[in-house]
Design a protein around this ligand. Structure first.
Ligand code: ADP
Ligand code: MG
Length: 741
């Protein structure tokens, strides 16, 4: 499957939005973020620190200031990634940053204004334009899915029952990595269709916005595009490459202290912060490179981005910032995360001929339908020729016939249907006019012709249906080279290439500048040899300058350590706050459980509960293990059939003989009706006899008194005629012949 396996780091670009009206009206402080576009650096000023404190500088792959255009970001940082996806790599673009800093603006933008269209609509244009311009031997299949992660649950935004549907599960396969089970996926043939898919999904999110107050910024949204491309290889066989593109608009990170949320809102925010801090932990673990364990499993988001961070994908992270002084802390945190993410190494490779390629299935189905259709048409042609008496002979394979011949066959098949209809009509007319035929016979013949016409029509309908199905399937596969001669397209292509070249040049220029900066510092160290006193003074001054620089650096690092400490203290306080809230709630629930639920019920419930780490939920174990209902019922031992408990062979024989009371299996009363109504004489006799018998075998009269009026079966087995125990006893005897001996 893998073709080229090399390691490359996650590309990190930073974008700063302009000050908004509210921030501008807050005072003349201006922004705290400055950018050096040439060097790709962000310089951050601490509004609370004295002016002498050095500013913090971060270097990235590219930076975009408040004047940057959507198109600049796309051409320079996103276009190469989409090209890779079209070549069969996995690609991910995700926007990360505080709420309101322009994540959604960067990913989606304003659709109606061509200047303000974001990464997603530009990617749609890019993909379909590329397909229409590619060579005609390439076949493409494009699919799109749209999901959101809300409160740690994955929801399908393309599901018509999005609001009520069950949350979806994550699964992992060695072939495709982590994927969402049962996620809707729509085949798209054009930009219009894929935009429609996006709109449907956005509307599902918008419904949430009215119901749930600012839903859109409270869920992570993932738009997934799969591009499959089939092309004949040097071996003559068609090879399929599959590129998967994840376009991710994350929910904003926000401080609980700032938003002042409580209760449900707090829990929601805790879940967002949880998944974002899980993302932060994953980034830290990967960037660190030392810790073996990467906590992907801590949240749904990190599991879905598993391949994008440290796996088989090319990834671009767009960190968004706001320039306002009041958001200094968040801006610094975002920059630190972004800075760490630069160190993540991915191993992207081309996905070639995967087993689950849908394109392959489509190609097979189309070939099957085509063969069926051809077969039908050949049959019609053959019949036509027979009707015309030409005598039809075929030599050659149906499917290897040329296209022209196929068209001819189709024409002939249509003609055959027409001719056949005319012929049947004529025959019907002839039957109607035939005066020598009996009325009954006429009716029968007409009926027969009618049936033949019905069959003909049915067959024609079936062919039409098959043709429609075939055409629908075929239209889903996009073929390259359709617009290649289009002149304006050619010009556009040239323009785009030029733009790409310029973007490439800017990028390499920036890289060179960054390298020169590093080299400057290194050359300083190399000039240590001096001959005269003057040179020594110069050298020492330089050294001093160097030490001063180092000192400044040290101060920077100290400030950074202080920042990180402050950050940790803040997040610890927040975690404590969340913990306090949750503990309070736990105590409340505990109080209810302890006082209002019976202990035995509670124990029963607790024994049945198990934790499912896969779904992150407590679950009830079924009362009866589903797999072995029959095995549940213990088999009765052979010696107990018909008895209440197992019994020995000896005791059975003793019972049959009506001997010792010790062998009574049960102290059972027999409640069958006594058919002969007892009189006092018979009762007396019986009592006497019983007394005699019991005194001869058993010395405890108290024991017998309890069964005096109803006889125990073991004492009078012969009087029983229809008792169930007798029947089963018999059955038992026959089942174990040795017992009768
Ligand atoms: P987020 O998704 O990060 O919460 P949004 O994308 O919704 O933030 O942006 C918040 C507001 O800022 C929107 O009104 C958006 O139009 C504006 N905005 C963000 N980035 C820019 C930018 N680069 N240029 C102009 N306006 C922007
Ligand atoms: Mg948003």
């Amino acid at each position: 499957m893998s073709k080229t396996k090399s390691s490359e780091s996650v590309k990190v670009v930073v974008r700063c939005r302009p000050l908004n009206r509210k921030e501008e009206s807050n005072g003349p402080a201006g922004g705290v973020v400055k950018m050096d576009l040439r060097l790709g650096q962000v310089i951050l000023r601490n509004p609370r620190a004295p002016a002498s404190e050095p500013q913090k500088t971060f270097t990235f792959d590219a930076v975009y200031d408040s004047n940057s255009k959507q198109r600049d970001l796309y051409d320079e940082s996103v276009r190469p990634l989409i090209d890779s996806v079209l070549a069969g790599f996995n690609g991910t673009i995700f926007a990360y940053g505080q709420t309101g800093t322009g994540k959604t603006y960067t990913m989606q933008g304003a659709w109606l204004d061509p200047e303000k269209r974001g990464v997603i609509p530009n990617a749609f244009d890019h993909i379909f334009t590329h397909i229409s311009r590619s060579q005609s031997d390439k076949q493409y299949l494009v699919r799109a899915s749209y999901l959101e992660i809300y409160r740690e649950e994955i929801r399908d935004l393309l599901d018509p029952n999005h609001g009520t549907a069950r949350a979806l599960d994550l699964r992992e396969s060695p072939e495709t990595g982590v994927y969402v089970r049962d996620l809707t996926s729509c085949v798209c043939k054009s930009i219009k269709e894929i935009e429609e898919v996006m709109n449907v999904g956005n509307q599902a999110r918008a419904v949430g916005a009215t119901d749930m107050n600012e839903h859109s910024s409270r869920s992570h949204a993932l738009f997934l595009i799969t591009v499959e491309c089939s092309q004949p290889g040097p071996d003559g066989r068609k090879h399929i490459r599959v590129g998967r593109l994840n376009l991710v608009d994350l929910a904003g990170s926000e401080r609980q202290a700032k938003t002042g949320v409580q209760g449900e809102r707090l829990k929601e925010a805790a879940k967002i912060n949880l998944s974002l801090s899980a993302l932060g932990n994953v980034i830290s673990a990967l960037a660190d490179g030392r810790s073996g364990h990467v906590p992907y499993r801590d949240s749904k988001l990190t599991r879905l981005l598993q391949d994008s961070l440290g796996g088989n994908a090319k990834t671009v992270m767009v960190a968004t910032l706001g320039p306002a002084p009041q958001h200094y802390d968040e801006t610094l945190t975002t920059l630190r995360y972004a800075n760490r993410a630069k160190n993540i190494q991915n191993q992207p490779r081309v996905n070639e001929d995967p087993k689950d390629a849908l394109l392959r299935e489509f190609q097979r189905e189309i070939a099957r339908l085509r063969a069926q259709l051809n077969h039908r048409k050949w049959r019609s042609k053959q019949k036509k020729e027979q009707v015309e008496g030409e005598g039809w002979e075929r030599d050659g394979d149906e499917e290897t016939e040329g296209e022209e011949e196929e068209v001819e066959v189709e024409k002939e098949a249509e003609e055959y249907v027409k001719l056949e209809e005319q012929r049947l009509e004529k025959e019907k007319e002839a039957i109607r006019e035939d005066r020598f035929l009996l009325a009954e016979e006429k009716q029968r013949l007409l009926g027969e012709k009618e049936r033949m016409m019905g069959d003909l029509r049915k067959e024609q309908e079936a062919t039409e249906q098959l043709t429609a199905k075939y055409k629908a399937m075929e239209s889903k596969l996009l073929v390259g080279g359709k617009n290649i001669i289009d002149h304006t397209n050619e010009q556009q292509k040239m323009l785009e290439m030029k733009r790409q070249e310029i973007a490439e040049q800017t990028r390499s220029e920036r890289e060179m500048q960054q390298q020169m900066l590093v080299q400057d510092e290194e050359t300083l160290e190399l000039r240590e040899t001096f001959t005269s006193l003057q040179q020594e003074v110069e050298a020492k001054t330089k050294k001093l300058k160097k030490y001063l620089k180092l000192y400044a650096k040290l101060q920077c690092i100290k400030a950074e350590i202080q920042d990180v400490n402050d950050e940790h203290v803040r997040s610890r306080q927040e975690l404590e706050q969340t913990q306090n809230e949750l503990t309070r709630e736990l105590k409340f629930k505990y109080l209810i459980i302890e006082n209002f639920i019976p202990p035995e019920e509670k124990n029963k419930i607790m024994n049945r509960l198990t934790f499912d780490p896969e779904e992150d939920q407590w679950k009830f174990q079924p009362l009866v293990p589903a797999e072995s209902k029959s095995a549940q019922m213990k088999k009765r031992p052979a010696s107990a059939v018909g008895y209440k408990r197992p019994i020995s062979q000896y005791a059975r024989v003793a019972i049959a003989m009506g001997a010792h009371s010790r062998y009574r299996a049960e102290n059972i009363m027999f409640l069958e009706l006594d058919m002969t109504p007892p009189n006092t004489a018979s009762l007396d006799r019986l009592t006497e006899a019983e007394l005699n018998q019991s005194s001869s075998v058993d010395n405890s009269p108290t024991k017998d008194r309890g069964v005096r009026k109803s006889r125990s079966w073991c004492q009078t087995p012969k009087s029983i005629t229809s008792s169930s125990s007798n029947v089963s006893l018999k059955a038992c005897h026959t089942a174990t012949p040795s017992a009768a001996q």
